[in-house]
Design a protein around this ligand. Structure first.
Ligand code: UDP
Length: 332
């Protein structure tokens, strides 16, 4: 049985990937500093080691002790707004932390890595849908740090034989069908949780950031992809590296765009009542439209999203937010 180290496995996408890896028979070790992750999000079938990727001694000890076959790396700061206000915090953790990780992997002879990258690496796209070879010119620090990490992989591969896959996610959303895990950021900045927290009464209203974009109703267009589909893509990427696959970058999205207003309307249909919304100005760093071409992931990884309907995606998220209005803080 192969053993996988999941860095950031207590976070949103990481915790769902751990569930998927265990379902598929992998042995899993999670490392997380629990700064933004949740201990309760870690599946009891995985071992949890609390520590930070910027701590080389912690990583060296982990690699020596656990003898893992591959690493999936989610450990990063991920708030676009915060990344614009405090860029150096993002470079220190997302880029600096990954540099420490790569040094430790090289020193300990671990050569396979699947990385959590982002559609924010593209910035304002030149065309829709976006393909992997399109220009990558980030408009926010978060995207810039993820792109810098992808470039660090390229040079580390040349020098030390690193084997990697970078997965550029579009908008991750939804929750695990078991109801045990879901999205819980603090502060929450993402559209779907904020819409559903407005629906469950945790917030008074949702602000629509920008109504003057060149889109069909003036609000931003995004490609919403279910977190369990993303989790499956990571497992496929690990198998691809085990099978000798080449270093590569893949988009992960549904290939369909929805405006902010369309998401709110679909959420109203799912919850069965109106959700108060107000218009607000644009948010700094937001591109007008981001929609993936997912054809490379389909052809090369054999990945196919199962949650294609925005209503079904919202239903899984609503089950989580309705049951746990305070996220993981409530008793199980
Ligand atoms: N958005 C919004 N109101 C909010 C949060 C987000 O209008 O309270 C918009 C945001 O401007 C973007 C879309 O919803 O166009 C998705 O934002 P999110 O933060 O979920 O993901 P991002 O696209 O930044 O990764």
């Amino acid at each position: 049985m192969s053993k996988i180290l999941v860095l950031g496995g207590a976070g949103y996408i990481g915790s769902h990937t751990v569930y998927e890896l265990l379902d598929e028979g992998f042995e899993v070790v999670v490392a997380d500093n629990l700064e933004t992750g949740h201990r309760q999000a870690v599946h009891p079938g995985a071992a949890l080691c609390v520590g930070d990727i910027r701590d080389k001694a912690f990583l060296d000890g982990l690699f020596r002790r656990e003898r893992v076959d591959a690493v999936i790396h989610f450990a990063a700061y991920s708030l676009v707004g915060e990344s614009m206000a405090d860029p150096l915090k993002y470079y220190a953790n997302n880029v600096g932390g990954t540099q420490v990780l790569l040094s430790s992997m090289v020193a300990n002879g671990v050569d396979k890595l699947v990385f959590s990258s982002t559609a924010a690496a593209y910035g304002e796209p030149k065309r829709i849908p976006i393909e992997e070879g399109d220009p990558a010119e980030p408009t926010n620090t978060y995207g810039a740090t993820k792109l810098a990490v992808e470039q660090m992989f390229k040079w580390t591969a040349l020098a030390h034989g690193l084997r990697y896959v970078a997965l550029r996610y579009f908008n991750a959303c939804g929750a695990h069908p078991s109801g045990h895990i879901g999205e819980d950021h603090s502060p929450e900045t993402h559209l779907i949780p904020i819409v559903l927290q407005t629906a469950n009464g945790t917030r008074p209203e949702i602000e629509i950031f920008g109504t003057d974009y060149p889109t069909k109703d003036g609000s931003c267009v995004r490609d919403y992809v279910h977190v369990c589909d993303l989790a499956q893509a990571h497992v496929k990427a690990v198998r691809y590296l085990f099978a000798g696959g080449e270093n590569s970058v893949f988009n992960l999205g549904n290939g369909v765009g929805f405006t902010v207003r369309e998401v709110i309307r679909a959420a109203e249909e799912v919850v069965g009542h109106k959700i108060p919304a107000v218009y607000a100005g644009r948010r700094r760093g937001d591109p007008a439209a981001l929609v993936a071409s997912g054809s490379r992931a389909k052809t090369v990884l054999g990945w196919e999203p199962h949650y294609e309907s925005i209503h079904t995606i919202l239903e899984t998220a609503w089950r989580w937010h309705r049951a746990r209005p305070n996220g993981f803080d409530e008793d199980r």
